[in-house]
Each structure stands twice: as C-alpha cells, then as structure tokens.
Design a protein around this ligand. Structure first.
Ligand code: SAM
Length: 456
C-alpha cells in the first residue's frame, strides 16, 4: 500500500524531508533489525549475526539478518532486547541532559512493551528508581514480563493512568513520554498499518498527547527533564506538541549533539524554536522517530512524604533466614512482604518504594522472591532471572533443543540430579526453575509465557 498523499503533503515542508527518497525507501521495503544487549547479563555481545554497532547507542547492534528470536533461549533469559535502532537514541537524550551517575527518580509513563524501560534501566545508576507505567492492563502484563526478564531490582511496574501518576507532585527527576501516536514512522516495517492512518487520527493523537502531558507534568521536579518522543512524522504530534508544551508550562528546550554521519535532522518548532530530532528511514539506519527534550524551570519544589503506615512489611528474622541462602550477599537489598509474596528492593530506595505503593497500582516492585511454605522458600521465576540469585544454587545446563522444551513447559529429562529446586541454564544464563523429585522433574516455567509456536 502506498504512503498516503495527505501524509506526504503534510510533511512536505519539514526540514530534511526528501519525498523521492522517502517514497523509494518505503517501496524498497528493506528490513533493518537491531538488538540491545543487557549489561546486567552479558559483557560480551555474541551469538547473533551481529553487524555494525548502532552509532548512538552503547549496547545496540544491527544484525545482518532477522533470526527467529522466539527460538533463541537467550531472549527468554533477558540477555538482549529486540529494539528498533532509532528508539535507542533515547540514550543520547538522557545522558546529554542529566548526570546519570547520580541517584535519580525516573518515570517511563507509556512503557509497554518495555523497550525504553529496559534501555533506561541500563543507563541509570543502581541507586536510581525506575517507575515503568502502562495504562492498558494487557500491555502492562507484557511490560512486567519484559522487566522480569531484564533482571534488575530497581524497577517498579505500575498499571495506572497519567492523571494518577501526576498526583506525585514534583517527585521525578526525569519523565519519559513515548507517546501513543499515529505510527507513520513504522510504515516501512509494518506496511499493513498504512491503511489505519488518517488525518483525523493524527488530530486525535495530538489531543491525547496533550492530555497525557498535561496530566503528567505536575509529577516532574522543577529542574527535571521531560523527554517526549513519537514514531510519527506529523508536525501536529511532534513540533506542535513541543510548542504547546512551551506555551503551557515553564520549560526550556534542550538542544542535543548529533554526529552529522548519523543522518538525524535537527528541527525547531515554529513559535518557540524548541529543538526536535527527526529520523527519516531514507537518511538513518532505523525507522521514523521524533524526540525532544525539555527542562522544567527551577522553582518551589513540593515533597511527597512516604506514608506512616504501609501495606508492606519488612521481613521477619525467621523469614529472612529462610530466604538469605537464595540470595547473593553483595547487593544491598531490603526484603519485603506483601500478603504472602516476598520481594527485594534496593535498601536505599525504601522511602520511594513506600510512596509509590501508597499512591499507585503496583504490578511488580523490585524482584519477586517467592512464597514461604513451611520452612522453605518456593522461589519465584523472577528470582531465577534476577541478578540477586545466589550463584551457588544447583544449576543444570541444557542444550538448545532441551532449553526450548523447557520454555515450552514440556517435560525435561536430566539423567542424574540432586533432589530439590534447580536452576535451568542455557549458555550460562538462567531460564527458570525445575524441581527434581524422586520419580520426576517438575517444570516451573510460567505457563502464560511458554513458547506456543511449533519448533522444527
Ligand atoms: N515506550 C514503549 C517502548 O519503548 O517499548 C512503547 C510505547 S507505545 C509508543 C505507547 C504506549 O502508550 C502504549 O503502550 C499504549 O498502550 C500507551 N497508551 C495508550 N493510550 C494511553 C493514554 N491515554 N495514556 C497513557 N498511555 C497510553
């Protein structure tokens, strides 16, 4: 399906737009595939058909071809994330605008399926808080899954609307709004989406983007950073939103440095000359994208106080003694209990945790550890995938076919193993738990995550 003429006409005057090259690159249909490695899980990117690095990313690589990712056990272990290359430019927006070595409170407001969240987590310090929110319930479940696979303990996944988040007045140092949009930037990758594009939808998206931003800006600290992005080419969703933000709030626009070889076009909005960065697929090795950074002007800062009483309890000495052998001791975490579920969260972020739990609907905070049954822990899947799990726990290494059987939640056969809870690994990366019983092995891979697609 051809690119709509109305879209072409509406962006014809945008700086850097080259109609002929733009149409040709969509007709050519080249597929660009890129992945970003998880520094928590691997120091040495390998095992994929790697081509060049994505130049604006420290952990992103292009691939020479698109493998069947679903059948690579390492993706289920959170070793890497398949992410469109232009989106990885968020790294530049963040690192050029704020000191990431400091402890920060970061909010990813529209976060599912988790591409920007996992990127943000890799960039901020271990003492920083990342609240990753998705308003749509089913999408929040996918976000939670991807965060668990990533394995960090400083993420809180929430499922709420931006207006509720906005009640955390001046709480965050950084807010990322990767806004729902008309999606024209992905037309090369998803040509079937072209038929859903309309000028009317662009207008609806523009209004929704304003609503989300108006709701969320109160949660940004004076002096804090707002990073706004879309995968739309339409000015109504990009430069016009930048102008509206500058009209409506006390923001300064921030220019970013880009290397001319990257092919990214710096633009400025009509009225306030706010800086934006446009990615055209005929000029960058990536899909269509727009990003713009704003600093909220300094001023009086409100403080959200943690609640005096919380639904969360610190773990008793008894329960701590049961859990401790499962954990690495080097990482300073506080152990918590909510109802019967235990979880770990960075000790230094205790007040932040209590504040978030008190104000928002939390799907997952930190690393779920499991439940206590008698004098034992029934370990949670998240513990297996986290950096907290004790490396001394018995583990079994599976070959690829066996690992896929495990990920399909089928029966796993291992000749001789000590009884009890055992980690299942593939190429040194944890995939989950099995329990070895006298006469069988139970597969504890989460049923709703299992691979359903036929493998041959
Ligand atoms: N940041 C994600 C990533 O990098 O993987 C992609 C986010 S996608 C562009 C926009 C998200 O906004 C979607 O997950 C969508 O469900 C969510 N969304 C839709 N309507 C929304 C609304 N009214 N308020 C907040 N988020 C909304």
């Amino acid at each position: 399906m051809p690119i709509p003429q109305t879209l072409i006409d509406s962006i014809a005057g945008v700086k850097g737009f080259n109609q002929e090259a733009f149409v040709a690159v969509h007709e050519g249909g080249e597929q660009v595939t890129s992945v970003r490695f998880n520094p928590l899980k691997t120091a040495q990117p390998a095992g994929l058909p790697l081509a060049d690095k994505v130049p604006w990313s420290s952990q992103g690589y292009y691939l020479t071809e698109r493998p069947a990712f679903i059948f690579d056990p390492r993706i289920h272990a959170g070793v890497y994330y398949v992410q469109e290359a232009s989106s990885m430019f968020l790294e530049q927006a963040l690192t050029q605008s704020i000191d990431c070595s400091k402890p920060l409170r970061v909010l990813d407001c529209c976060a599912a399926p988790g591409g920007k969240t996992t990127l943000l987590q890799s960039l901020i310090s271990a003492g920083s808080l990342l609240v990753s929110n998705e308003v749509i319930k089913t999408r929040a479940a996918i976000l939670e899954e991807n965060c668990i696979k990533w394995g960090a303990s400083n993420i809180i996944v929430t499922n709420t609307d931006p207006a509720t988040l906005g009640r955390l007045e001046h709480f965050f140092d950084v807010i990322v709004v990767d806004a729902p949009c008309s999606g024209s930037g992905l037309f090369r990758r998803e040509p079937e989406a072209i038929q859903e594009w309309s000028e009317q939808n662009v207008q609806l998206c523009h209004q929704r983007q304003q609503r989300i931003l108006a709701d969320i800006v109160p949660a940004l600290k004076p002096g804090g950073m707002l990073i706004y992005s879309t995968c739309s080419y339409s000015r109504e969703e990009d430069e016009d939103i930048a102008d509206w933000l500058m009209d409506s709030f006390e923001f300064d626009s921030l220019p970013l440095h880009t290397d001319p070889h990257w092919g990214i076009v710096e633009v400025q909005s009509d009225r306030h000359k706010a800086f934006g960065y446009r990615f055209f697929p005929d000029q960058v090795k990536g899909e269509g994208f727009f990003i713009s950074c704003f600093r909220r002007q300094e001023g009086h800062t409100a403080t959200v106080k943690p609640p005096k009483r919380s639904l969360l309890q610190k773990l008793s000495k008894n329960d701590t003694a049961i859990v401790q052998p499962w954990l690495q001791t080097a990482i300073p975490v506080q152990l918590w209990k909510q109802k019967d579920m235990l979880f770990a969260f960075p000790a230094a972020l205790e007040k932040d945790l209590l504040t978030i739990v008190d104000n928002l609907y939390v799907k997952q905070a930190g690393t779920a550890l499991g439940k206590i049954a008698g004098n034992d822990l029934v370990p949670d899947h998240a513990l297996a995938l986290s950096t907290l799990v004790n490396e001394a726990i018995v583990a079994v290494s599976l070959k690829k076919d066996e690992a896929i059987q495990y990920l399909r939640k089928e029966e796993v056969t291992i000749p001789t193993m000590p009884r009890g809870w055992t980690l299942v690994q593939y190429e040194g990366h944890n995939l989950g738990w099995i329990k070895v019983l006298p006469n069988r092995i139970n597969n504890y891979y989460p049923a709703n995550w299992r691979i359903l697609k036929a493998y041959n």
